[in-house]
Write a protein that binds this ligand. Structure first.
Ligand code: ADE
Ligand code: ZN
Length: 345
């Protein structure tokens, strides 16, 4: 669709008003410090920070690993099915305010089973929130179970096995956690098994890791979407492949900024990727840790890179095209998106 130009001063309102899907958000990364304190209190867990403000002040990261260490500590307050339900509902309420109409939530069970919590507690709590999403928040939500790549493939197999009784509650399988030194091919067999079982497949690749990790996520794991993928810009042949096969990248600009993948948002490569024809989307990754939910990612990135209304429309329609919703829901969302653009004053 050709989009009429919109004055840059009106762009933030358009970005906030347009319907969108969020496809890269770790639900544990949406746990705000205040909620962390409330859960710690109700579960009688001592936190090593005196206040929510002190927790926030500790959120300064040098790289992915320095973030993952703090993020992991935050998950210790989650104990009951209700905790997982409440955490997901808090995110869904924020997403609704940002005009998210569909989301695919990442979660993992390995972090929690490592703390003695049953996988069923995690999956049932999150799934109940997803089921309540249409009535409570006017949106759809589904779940993607991520394996933790710093653990072994054998442990990923155990995780998949444990989740099988609830397989109907999951749309897909993903791969997250420490990237460097843990290439996708480490998980070749378990992804092949997940594929056989009919799961949709995604993987984090090319966040900090080299373009080779994106190649192997595509060719060995056979994923349909790449999470992050920003390092692809270093490999012209890979860029051609991503464009030719219309492989979506779920890009998370504020995450990349906070984890020092780029020194500033002005140096982010999203604009160049869109210009090259990459099917990119904008997402928040771990919004409680990285300084903003999806609309904050949109508005700050557009301001820093000077992106325009046409690119806003492309990013929102990419988010629906890259999602795992069915064709009729996709068409409905894109019709509504077009209507918002046509009527925006
Ligand atoms: N888990 C939560 N956030 C992550 C990220 N940005 N990269 C890899 N694993 C993660
Ligand atoms: Zn992520």
């Amino acid at each position: 669709m050709s989009i009429r130009p919109i004055h840059p001063s009106r762009l933030p309102d358009l970005l906030r008003a347009m319907p969108k899907a969020e496809l890269h958000m770790h639900i544990e990364g949406s746990l705000e410090p205040e909620q962390m304190f409330a859960m710690a209190q109700r579960n009688r867990i001592a936190l090593s920070y005196p206040s929510a403000q002190a927790v926030r002040e500790a959120y300064v990261f040098d790289n992915l690993q320095s973030f993952l260490d703090i993020y992991h500590a935050g998950t210790l307050v989650l104990k009951t099915e209700q905790d997982f339900y409440d955490m997901a509902c808090a995110y869904l309420a924020r997403a609704q305010a940002d005009k998210v109409v569909h989301t695919e939530l990442f979660f993992d069970t390995q972090t929690h089973t490592g703390h003695g919590i049953e996988a069923s507690v995690v999956i049932n709590g999150l799934h109940r929130a997803c089921m309540d999403a249409p009535a409570k928040y006017g949106m759809t939500a589904s779940l993607i179970l991520c394996f933790l790549r710093h653990l072994s493939e054998l442990e990923a197999f155990e995780c998949l096995e444990q989740a099988m009784p609830w397989r109907d509650k999951l749309v897909g399988i993903g791969l997250a956690s420490s990237e460097l030194g843990h290439p996708p091919e480490k998980f070749a067999k378990v992804f092949a098994r997940a594929r056989q079982l009919g799961f949709r497949l995604v993987a984090h690749a090319g966040e900090e890791g080299p373009p080779d990790y994106i190649w192997s996520a595509l060719d060995v794991l056979k994923v349909e979407r790449i999470d992050h993928g920003v390092q692809a810009i270093k490999d012209a042949r890979l860029m051609q492949r991503l464009v030719h096969d219309r492989i979506p990248l779920t890009v998370c600009p504020l995450s990349n900024l906070k984890l020092r993948v780029f020194p500033s948002l002005r140096q982010h490569t999203l604009g160049r990727m869109l210009d090259a024809g990459i099917v990119a989307t904008i997402n928040s990754d771990d919004p409680a840790y990285f300084g903003g939910y999806i609309n904050e990612n949109f508005t700050q990135t557009f301001a820093a890179l000077g992106l325009d209304a046409q690119q806003a429309h492309t990013l929102a329609s990419n988010s629906f095209n890259a999602s795992f919703i069915d064709g009729s829901a996709r068409a409905r969302h894109i019709d509504r998106l077009n209507e918002v653009f046509e009527t925006f004053e």
